[in-house]
Design a protein around this ligand. Structure first.
Ligand code: AMP
Ligand code: MN
Ligand code: MN
Ligand code: MN
Length: 280
């Protein structure tokens, strides 16, 4: 593998909560000098076909991916599947169920917002009009558009986060089932942004024990806005658990200018790249 390749294995399109269409995303990645990218929409592989066509056009190497929400001991965890076959039957069934869980949760959240005297019906209509799998980002954007909050972050801190009026817990599938679906689709399971879960160091080690036991093989060592400290602690964990390393911006759109596609995503020396042996 050429060390100078620019690689970004965690991005979102408007098939989930990204701002760009899959084709626009690939075009922007190419313009940013990205050579290898994964499209990893939340619980959806719907954008992969359009992304692949654009990748052919712009000579970008596209890795087919998905970011799946799951549960580990009541904690929501995100697992990225890379090199997944979107036609894999078990994965398809899981993603269909995820989309339904998301639609049901969105209706419950909006009902709760209505109960709290907010315009829940209008917000639900705005989210549903967007298409794709509904995420809380869509709802936060609708709250900004209707003037209820100034910024999406405020929608989470005031209404959508834990303990707030619009919070609805969701019964995501178990970590093991999720990794199983990724593996059965020929993919590689990567623990996304390991530093973002509010769990203790001990719990993180138990999570990694179970993640590896279930067949997970990589950690997102370099992730979006996480700094050098995150990279260092993930490097220690990857070496301890014999996990490969992945790199990804978690790009959601150009509006977050501090988090561009392919931003300084260099894997530390000594970590086995998750893409080793996978690239032409
Ligand atoms: P969901 O998967 O529907 O629960 O939505 C989670 C998405 O919301 C994440 O993927 C982030 O893109 C976004 N998100 C989560 N927390 C925040 C926050 N505090 N501010 C802005 N966006 C957030
Ligand atoms: Mn997101
Ligand atoms: Mn995530
Ligand atoms: Mn993501």
């Amino acid at each position: 593998m050429n060390a100078s390749l620019k690689i970004d294995l965690h991005t979102h399109s408007n098939c989930s909560d990204g701002a760009l269409s899959p084709a626009e995303l690939v075009a922007q990645a190419a313009a940013a000098g990205v050579h290898v990218m994964a499209l990893t929409d939340h619980d959806s592989t719907d954008g992969l076909e359009h992304a692949r066509r654009a990748a052919d056009e712009f000579s970008v190497h596209l890795v087919p991916g998905v970011e799946i929400s799951c549960l580990w001991r009541a904690q929501a965890i995100h697992v990225i599947g890379l090199w997944v076959d979107p036609c894999g039957a078990t994965l398809k069934t899981l993603l269909r169920s995820q989309a339904e869980l998301r639609r049901t949760r969105m209706r419950s959240i909006c009902q709760r917002l209505s109960n709290a005297r907010l315009p829940g019906d209008m917000l639900l209509a705005a989210v549903e009009a967007k298409g794709g799998v509904p995420t809380r980002t869509h709802l936060a954007n609708a709250m900004v558009a209707s003037g209820l909050v100034a910024r999406t972050a405020d929608a989470f801190s005031k209404y959508l986060g834990k303990g707030k009026a619009g919070h609805v817990a969701i019964e995501w599938p178990a970590l093991q089932q999720t990794i199983g679906a990724i593996l059965s689709a020929g993919g590689v399971a990567v623990l996304a942004h390991p530093g973002r879960y509010p769990i203790s160091g001990g719990a993180r080690r138990r999570l990694l024990d179970e993640f590896t036991a279930a067949g997970g093989t990589a950690l997102e060592v370099v992730s979006g806005g996480n700094g050098a400290q995150h990279v260092e602690s993930c490097t220690v964990l990857a070496l301890k658990y014999g996990l490969a390393g992945s790199v990804g911006s978690d790009f959601h759109g150009p509006q977050l200018a501090w988090n561009p596609l392919g931003r300084s995503l260099k894997l530390p020396d000594g970590i086995t790249p998750v893409w080793r042996g996978q690239l032409p």
